[in-house]
Write a protein that binds this ligand. Sequence first.
Ligand SMILES: Nc1ncnc2c1ncn2[C@@H]1O[C@H](COP(=O)(O)OP(=O)(O)OP(=O)(O)O)[C@@H](O)[C@H]1O
Ligand SMILES: [Mg+2]
Length: 263
Amino acid sequence: MGIKRLSTGVPELDAMLEGGIPKGFTIAVTGEPGTGKTILCIHFIAKGVREGDKCIYVTTEESRESIITQAEQFGFSFSEGIANKKLIIIDALMGVRDEWSLQSLEMEELINKVIEAKKSLGYGEARLVIDSLSAFWLDKPAMARRYSYFVKKVLSKWDFTVMATSQYAITTSEAFGWGVEHIADGIIRFRRSVRDGVLKRYILIEKMRQTNHSLQMYEIAILSGKGLTIVKPVEMRKEDISLPRHVMERIHRSSERKEAEIP
Ligand SMILES: Nc1ncnc2c1ncn2[C@@H]1O[C@H](COP(=O)(O)OP(=O)(O)OP(=O)(O)O)[C@@H](O)[C@H]1O
Ligand SMILES: [Mg+2]
């Protein structure tokens, strides 16, 4: 039997994934700030809502309203999804707001709230975004791995396919970027660079179990009215393929010696 795959909501990305993310997987979406993690999550949920899946979006970094506004900019009506009982947005801005607000960034509360939301949406295939999962171990980075495993184990029983973002910063690599990656069934990594004074963003599928996925890094663009789009494959630069300088210097020296030896 073939594997059932869920569309990410970005057609070119689906093509890079043999059709999409295998159903039931837990995927880590990592990358530096502003690289497109939240926007990919919005596409994934918008696609789910359109296909009639039960959708849950947990937002810890932004308010519910901010996610709805951002989705609207790309033509997705999350308020309609909420009104039609296809989508629940859980936020973590603390302080009592309503039944879909977390009162703490505790793992147990997250899991309980997600299960409650799933029960409220009803049976059937479900998509879950946790943006970000790393927020739940901010003050206890050593728990990252155990927590991610816990999330995966508990939620897999509830018919979820999960997309969890993990903030990754080189300066804090001990706190972020670890935990989710090893437990995750897939890793979608965003990157950025500034070239010729312009910010560019990239996407790379670093891991996707059971999938003959693309190994190519692509430049992406985020466009009003459209959202995340793939621009073009990233060509290899001279720096990517050239040998380290000290090696080059040794090769030069040895070829000079050889030339000197020629009578
Ligand atoms: N309507 C829009 N049109 C064009 N670009 C937009 C639009 N809305 C957002 N963006 C771009 O998307 C970026 C935000 O991307 P996103 O929220 O996905 O980042 P992120 O990876 O989730 O970052 P963080 O880790 O800080 O949450 C903005 O900085 C902006 O460059
Ligand atoms: Mg974000």
